[in-house]
Write a protein that binds this ligand. Structure first.
Ligand code: ATP
Ligand code: MG
Length: 321
């Protein structure tokens, strides 16, 4: 039984990868004490640059890899509890970036969607009817035209719809989508985002969207969590984060988002490429921060609570704590 209305509670999860199988000489902390809660029906976007630990976080939440420390609760129960072992793989589903790799080229679309339903004994009546219904729900109509096709006979956007149909068939309560539209062209990507948004709203699903793109995050999410070098640097309500970004990294992300209204090359400000190496001590963003002080170079920075459920990992906001 859940003691609160959180579907997921992520508590200080860490992930350290070690190189070398026998002598684990070098270790690298990909995710550092990440914590957040996700309510039923809530959409959270995790935003950050390449290598910041987004996919590693997603893989821990979906139990594909185990955290080095910390815990993840689903409806108040640790996801590694025996009692959840059977139902969890259905309840928390992941959608990957690459729909081309997600579908076996030797199997029809009907098989790709129907086989997991058969294995999980999800269908009482006709399996084919259920698959046709799912295809229709994801906009692949007339469904009879798609069910017997092979993946190579449909487009990338249609493949991602098949993946979504397969996920929906298992009746998940949480969907984690890792850059689900980044391999699709922009207009098809928007269709897929709208489809996911509608399905989540209709079914009151909790949804974690992982993206590089603050525009997609704003369009989809109730809250945005920004991560940098494996650490949460800002977390808050979507409109507040977009209109009043507090962490210098969030400000940089917003500043570097392409703006189509700036139509001429002269209008576009080029953000100079910065030092992307990471320091051993202090704030992880110090090499790129325009507001860096001596204190930022020496001591690590806590996540300050900043009113309105806003969290910011920056000394600029220490006094507002
Ligand atoms: N299995 C692994 N073994 C060792 N290092 C790993 C492993 N998986 C990820 N990493 C490292 O952890 C860091 C975070 O990787 P992750 O894939 O989570 O980044 P990401 O934010 O999803 O990036 P991208 O936006 O490029 O997908 C990277 O430096 C990556 O090289
Ligand atoms: Mg990734």
């Amino acid at each position: 039984m859940a003691l609160n209305n959180y579907k997921l509670q992520v508590k200080e999860i860490n992930k350290t990868f070690s190189s070398g199988v026998v002598f684990k000489k070098n270790s690298f902390q990909a995710v550092n004490k990440v914590s957040f809660n996700l309510k039923k029906g809530e959409i959270l976007a995790i935003v950050g640059e390449s290598g910041s630990g987004k996919s590693t976080t997603a893989r821990m939440i979906t139990n594909l890899i185990k955290p080095s420390s910390g815990e993840i609760l689903y409806d108040g129960t640790n996801i590694n509890e025996k009692s959840l072992r059977k139902q969890l793989p259905e309840k928390i589903q992941m959608i990957f970036q690459d729909p081309f790799a997600a579908l076996n080229p030797n199997h029809t679309i009907g098989y790709a969607i129907g086989r997991p339903l058969e294995l999980k004994r999800k269908v009482r009546g006709s399996l084919r009817e259920k698959v046709l219904e799912l295809l229709t729900q994801v906009g692949l109509t007339p469904a009879e035209d798609f069910i017997d096709k092979y993946p190579f006979q449909i487009s990338g956007g249609q493949k991602q719809r098949v993946v979504i149909a397969r996920v929906l068939g298992l009746e998940p309560e949480v969907i984690v989508a890792d850059e689900p539209t980044s391999m699709l062209d922009v207009s098809i990507g928007i269709d897929i985002m709208n489809l996911l948004l509608d399905l989540c709203k209709e079914r009151d699903l909790s949804y974690i969207l992982i993206t590089h793109n603050l525009g997609s995050a704003r369009y989809m999410a109730d809250r945005i969590m920004v991560i940098f070098a494996g650490e949460v640097v800002e977390l808050g309500d979507t409109e507040e984060v977009i209109h009043n970004p507090k962490h210098p990294y969030t400000q940089l992300l917003l500043h570097s988002s392409p703006d189509p209204w700036k139509s001429t090359k002269e209008d576009i400000e080029i953000v100079e490429s910065a030092d992307t190496s990471l320091p051993e001590h202090g704030c992880q963003f110090q090499y790129r921060c325009p507001f860096v002080t001596e204190a930022c170079r020496t001591t690590s920075i806590p996540l300050y609570e900043n009113g309105n459920d806003r969290q910011v990992r920056c000394n600029l906001y220490a006094e507002e704590d």
